[in-house]
Design a protein around this ligand. Structure first.
Ligand code: ZN
Length: 145
């Protein structure tokens, strides 16, 4: 199996069986983000556990890239400290802005490296970033409250 088809498999798997895709209560912050160019929407709830990300839960509609990326993100940031989670978001953003020149470090980004190919398609980058931007927004609001 080629790396490309392995990555497609990972994305499809997260799309069909998304992780943390059920809004939970109680929560500290809820945000809603959308990507009008594709019609993707994500509502994300965040609760903190001290200085760590307690629970990320979400609901959403949209293309496979947006939904899979949000599923992958929610796995990655759960249980991380706030600064670790925001650092992951920064690394993922850098990968998405690389125009396909980086492949991403699987040790750091885990399943999110499967989205590295999206960076070659500017129109789809917003899809991949939607959930991550929602998370960043929620985390920054939660951190400042
Ligand atoms: Zn999309």
């Amino acid at each position: 199996m080629s790396l490309e088809s392995l990555y497609q498999e990972i994305i499809l798997d997260h799309y069909k069986n998304p992780h943390h895709k059920e809004l939970h209560a109680p929560y500290a912050i809820e945000v809603h983000h959308n990507n009008p160019s594709c019609g993707d929407e994500v509502t994300l709830r965040l609760s903190l556990n001290g200085d760590s990300i307690g629970q990320v839960s979400w609901s959403g509609v949209g293309c496979s890239i947006s939904q899979a990326s949000t599923s992958i993100m929610s796995d990655l940031v759960t249980g991380k400290t706030m600064s670790e989670a925001l650092e992951l978001e920064r690394i993922f953003l850098e990968l998405m802005q690389s125009k396909g020149n980086f492949s991403g470090d699987v040790e750091v980004l885990e399943d999110a490296v499967a989205l590295s190919g999206v960076a070659k398609y500017p129109a789809r980058v917003k899809c991949a970033l939607l959930g991550w931007m929602a998370f960043r927004d929620a985390a920054l609001r939660a951190g400042s409250s």
